[in-house]
Design a protein around this ligand. Structure first.
Ligand code: ADE
Ligand code: ZN
Length: 337
């Protein structure tokens, strides 16, 4: 049998929790800073990487929004997306559902169209080059008022045929899902899929709100749902996919040691967990690295690794036929290796 890392890299998989702005590597940050003449407060790539020491979500977000300042043109967004897809391809990724944060860019004065047109161009090129399919999920920043997300949804009107869903991200504590009830209702009326970060740092009550008030199709993270047995049972019963991000959890001190990560417990409980990278340029690993390090740390069996790969397709927003095809490809790979 192939060693664990080789087996994982070859395993067909989908990424369901990836902030494209969080895939901006320091090298590309410097390149964009030079070509757009935007100053950054670092002298070298090493200095940037040294700054990536976080003790909570907010520590990270402060530096992540600063990093996004170098993104100015459609070409920047396209190049950033293409760099991500090249890495996903090397990691055995066949499909991705990527988040982007329009308000991070419109609040700096960029027209709404710049980020989305650039990303759509990158996604199209990735499909041509690698055969990787992708979908776009537009996230609202929860530290801002709901009026800002309502304006963002309005700006997105001309693009709604190319946006699969909406999400909720940024500072979780103090910004419960209920703050965004109206904008998510409007998004649902437009036929968009619904995701929300919940239970990363926030309490199980925020996961309840995401289910009952936002009517989510997926929960992003969801770690703290495990503190509530009835909630856990409900997530199992309703087959809600959790997009779990182990290396992010480690870097943001959601867990202090990867050996304490709940991924195996989630699978044991029957939760539909998936394994994702969140903001790989900041957290030290793309999707395969997340699989490998988690498998080693919590002793995932080969069957559990295969289950995570299958969950990534069954929890995706692909049509039923595509899901069946991808799941069959996971089974065929597992049978051969
Ligand atoms: N934005 C980018 N990454 C995030 C995360 N892990 N949680 C909340 N907001 C984010
Ligand atoms: Zn996230």
């Amino acid at each position: 049998m192939a060693d664990l890392a080789t087996f994982i890299r070859g395993l067909p998989k989908a990424e369901l929790h990836l902030h494209i702005e969080g895939s901006l590597e320091p090298e590309q940050m410097f390149e964009f800073s030079r070509r757009n003449k935007i100053a950054i407060p670092f002298r070298s790539v090493e200095e940037v990487r040294a700054a990536y020491a976080f003790s909570n979500l907010q520590d990270f977000l402060d530096i992540y929004y600063q990093g996004a300042n170098v993104l100015m043109t459609e070409e920047d967004f396209r190049d950033m997306a293409l760099a991500y897809f090249a890495r996903l391809n090397a990691d055995g990724g066949r499909h991705a559902e990527i988040f982007f944060d329009p308000e991070t860019h419109t609040d700096r004065g960029l027209p709404f169209s710049v980020a989305i047109d650039g990303l759509l161009a990158g996604m199209k090129e990735a499909e041509k080059t690698y055969g990787i399919t992708s979908k776009l999920i537009m996230c609202f920043l929860r530290h801002l008022d709901e009026s800002s997300s309502l304006r963002t949804l309005k700006s997105a009107e001309p693009y709604l045929d190319r946006i699969t869903g909406v999400g909720l991200d940024s500072s979780e504590k103090g910004h419960p899902p209920s703050k965004f009830a109206r904008v998510f209702q409007a998004a649902r009326e437009r036929g968009l899929k619904i995701c929300a970060h919940a239970g990363e740092e926030g309490p199980p009550a925020y996961v309840h709100e995401a289910l009952d008030i936002l009517h989510v199709d997926r929960i992003d993270h969801g770690n703290r749902a495990l503190e509530d047995a009835a909630l856990t049972q409900r997530l199992v019963r309703e087959g809600i996919t959790l997009t779990v991000c182990p290396l992010s959890n480690l870097k943001l001190c959601v867990v202090m040691d990867l050996r304490d990560h709940p991924m195996k417990r989630m699978l044991d409980l029957g939760l539909r967990a998936t394994c994702n990278s969140d903001d790989p340029a900041y957290f030290g690993g793309y999707i395969a690295e997340n699989f490998i390090r988690t498998a080693e740390a919590v002793n995932l069996s080969r069957d559990e690794i295969v289950t995570l790969a299958k969950n990534s397709f069954t929890g995706s927003f692909l049509d039923a036929e595509s899901i069946a095809k991808h799941v069959a490809s996971v089974d065929a790979y597992a049978a051969k290796h």
